[in-house]
Design a protein. Structure first.
Length: 160
């Protein structure tokens, strides 16, 4: 439903995650199928800081797991991040990102997927799905701690 309640604004919220750890990278080009390529990075940070900040005082800070009367929250924990780009063909690619942070009191996980398709020289489409789990916020009546965002978009392409 439409509402006049402000849910977010510029830098409201701001998420920053900094960690110390290691990275594994993979880049494989197919020898059989032209333009097929897989790129993968995996970051493991056993020690990381997760900072949340809400600059706008009209935004409900409890919606982002921040205590009432505060504007920010700092958690110490560990983070796992994986980013994958899979070029299926020259015209179809799949981007995926998985991020998992835990402070051992709460869990924050995101799984983001984008499928990009060039339909013709001038038309393209994008399918986007983002699933987020955060048990530091108050649960929703329908999805509990899950947040889901999906987008289907069509675009016009022109190169000169």
């Amino acid at each position: 439903p439409n509402t006049t309640t402000l849910r977010s604004a510029l830098l409201s919220p701001l998420y920053v995650n900094i960690g110390i750890g290691m990275r594994y990278g993979l880049d494989k080009q197919s020898k059989e199928i032209r333009h097929r390529r897989l790129r993968l990075t995996l970051d493991l940070s056993p020690l990381s800081l997760n900072y949340r900040y809400v600059a706008n005082s009209k935004v409900d800070v409890g919606r982002y797991g921040i205590r009432e009367g505060k504007k920010s929250m700092l958690d110490i924990g560990s983070t796992i991040t994986s980013i994958m780009t899979y070029d299926i063909t020259r015209y179809i690619s799949w981007n995926s990102r998985f991020k998992y942070f835990t402070s051992y009191d709460m869990v924050e996980a995101e799984f983001e997927n984008t499928l990009n398709m060039m339909l013709s020289q001038y038309l393209s489409t994008r399918l986007y799905l983002n699933v987020r789990f955060d048990d530091s916020v108050s649960p929703d009546s329908t999805f509990k701690y899950f947040q889901i965002n999906e987008v289907v978009s069509f675009g016009l392409n022109y190169r000169w």
